[in-house]
Ligand binder design. Structure first.
Ligand code: SAM
Length: 227
């Protein structure tokens, strides 16, 4: 088990690494938000493992504004009533883009949850860059009850079957507890479209480093039956 000081030291090293290996850029579909991003995923992934000796890390999802997150952040910024004065969860927060948008749109409190501790570091840096305060949680919440949130936001989390199934179960429980559940997704393989209602869609500028197109058509969905 890591001591408290070892945990703080690894968090500090992550902050330094992110500052040294990413650039601050406006998010294409939400230029009012700037986050730390990389140009390429694989070189950054290798460097993270090589420089810090942390082997077996997940890919650096936290270093990109994914199409689903961009669309959902844009929707929240333009439809503030979805989060204004509410207790919000950004599930699978990555860079924290959607969580930041929710705070900027007037949420009373936002929890940005992502089990990757590197995402936690990126969320902290990006929240500070945009002058918002939120709670980053480096935990997997998917087996929890889902109670306690009024709006649950999910950007681009349906790309792998096992996660997608667990995410859907969690979102159904959130909805049963009274939360509005909104999802931004460009049609990833495991998006449960039969359980969703499309609200709107956007052409999201993205990068060939991540996607098969420079503009990715991306929808915002509501979990059917959600308040
Ligand atoms: C494609 S990225 C999307 C990030 C961000 N929402 C966006 O749209 O830019 C997916 C994120 O889900 C996170 N993730 C993976 N498993 C998860 C889980 N069990 N619970 C919550 N997040 C998870 C990953 O660490 C990653 O940051």
């Amino acid at each position: 088990m890591q001591t408290q000081s070892a945990v703080i030291a690894s968090a500090d090293r992550r902050f330094d690494f992110i500052r040294n290996n990413t650039m601050t850029r406006p998010v294409p579909l939400c230029p009012e938000i700037a986050i730390r991003v990389a140009d390429e995923a694989f070189p950054l992934w290798e460097k993270t493992e090589d420089d810090l000796g942390e082997m077996g890390l997940p890919p650096p999802f936290w270093a990109f504004a994914w199409a689903g997150g961009q669309a959902l952040a844009r929707y929240v910024l333009d439809h503030r009533e979805t989060v204004r004065g509410k207790v919000v969860l950004d599930l699978g927060a990555g860079s924290g883009l959607v969580a930041i948008a929710a705070m900027m749109a007037g949420a009373s409190h936002v929890t940005a949850a992502d089990p990757d501790p590197w995402a936690g570091a990126a969320i902290g840096l990006n929240a500070a860059l945009n002058g918002v305060s939120l709670t980053a949680v480096a935990d997997d919440l998917l087996d929890q009850s889902g109670a306690g949130f009024e709006t649950v936001l999910v950007g681009d989390l349906f790309y792998e079957k096992p996660i997608a199934e667990r995410v859907l179960g969690f979102l159904v429980r959130c909805s049963a507890s009274g939360a509005t559940v909104l999802i931004g997704d460009p049609g990833r393989s495991y998006l449960p479209k039969d359980r969703l209602e499309k609200i709107t869609d956007y052409g999201v500028p993205t990068t060939r480093a991540l996607e098969d197109a420079e503009i990715k058509q991306t929808a915002v969905w509501r979990l059917a039956g959600t308040p």
